[in-house]
Design a protein around this ligand. Structure first.
Ligand code: SIN
Ligand code: FE2
Length: 214
């Protein structure tokens, strides 16, 4: 498999220094205090995912057995609106996204020891012209990325705390997943584990909210 990343994807190793990572962890702790991490389940099967999730922003990505993958403005357990996206993350988006509109959702994924995430595309957004911007904090992981079709070859790389990864342009629909985390590889999170933040633009920039269209 070639070493190059798919066109439109970018790996920015060490984008955030330690102080910026620590500040972001505090921001995310504050988000999780208002919008607690919960255990999402897969559509149809109801199988629990191994990551725990929460969100910030006007919209949050959720999944459940009956209604499947979607964005909604409220936390599925508490029913409360998601807290706002911390300014630090809006600045990060402005620095790397090369997109005129701000993100509307920040999905917070928390991986403990054996958590992983299967190969998938991020395609529940209307705004496919906007990138998905991912930030890794805490323990390193083995990240896998392929092409826009499931059968295409994939390559694996390690994402470390402070790395930013951008899925944009031709790479916006690249399949990706997390094969494993490497426990004990970072001192950022007191109790270990990995946090991944993904910033997403959800609604199309033409102002039409097609969220509810079928
Ligand atoms: C995701 O695809 O939602 C998460 C990717 C990651 O954890 O790096
Ligand atoms: Fe994803």
């Amino acid at each position: 498999m070639a070493d190059e990343l798919p066109p439109g994807t970018r790996h920015l190793p060490g984008f955030l220094d330690r102080a910026a990572q620590e500040a972001l962890v505090e921001d995310i702790r504050a988000v999780a205090a208002r919008a607690p991490l919960y255990a999402p389940v897969m559509p149809r099967t109801g199988r629990p995912m191994s990551v725990r999730m929460t969100n910030c922003g006007p919209l949050g990505w959720v999944t459940d057995r009956e209604r499947g993958y979607r964005y909604q403005p409220t936390h599925p357990v508490t029913g409360a609106p998601w807290p706002p996206i911390p300014p630090r993350l809006l600045d990060l988006w402005a620095a790397v996204a090369d997109h005129p509109a701000p993100p509307e959702a920040c999905l917070v994924n928390f991986y403990e020891g054996s958590a992983r995430m299967g190969l998938h595309q991020d395609r529940d957004e209307q705004a496919l012209d906007a990138p998905v911007v991912s930030v890794s904090l805490g323990d390193a992981c083995l990240f896998r990325i392929g092409g826009a079709a499931r059968g295409e070859p994939t390559r694996s790389l390690r994402l470390e705390s402070g790395d930013v990864f951008v899925l944009g342009g031709e790479g916006r629909l690249a399949f990706h997943g997390v094969d494993r985390i490497y426990p004990g590889t970072s001192t950022l999170l007191r109790n270990g584990g990995r946090v991944n933040l993904t910033l997403r633009r959800v609604t199309a920039a033409d102002g039409q909210d097609r969220l509810t269209a079928s």
